[in-house]
Design a protein around this ligand. Sequence first.
Ligand code: CU
Length: 103
Amino acid sequence: MKSFARFFAALAILLFASFAVHAQAHDGHLPESDGVIKKIDAAKGKVSIAHGEITNLKMPPMTMSFTAKDPAMLKGFKEGDKVRFRAAEVKGNLTVVSIEAAK
Ligand SMILES: [Cu+2]
């Protein structure tokens, strides 16, 4: 009986781990949103963006502050830059997971 319980516990852990990996791999499938950088604080990894609709967050256009997934990704951007970016909620923070200059 005990070994059964251990087997199911191991199975649950494996399932959970594979879901976590799967969720991470999905960053690239988030829809891109348009925006203009209003304020940038690369040291704190914060960026304020006047953004268009963000469908995956069910968010209408607005100006708001995001946390950068990695502060280094803000290097090379400045206020007034037009960008395309992907945003998601990460640990309760609205986070920019990818950002690139809009052409
Ligand atoms: Cu918003």
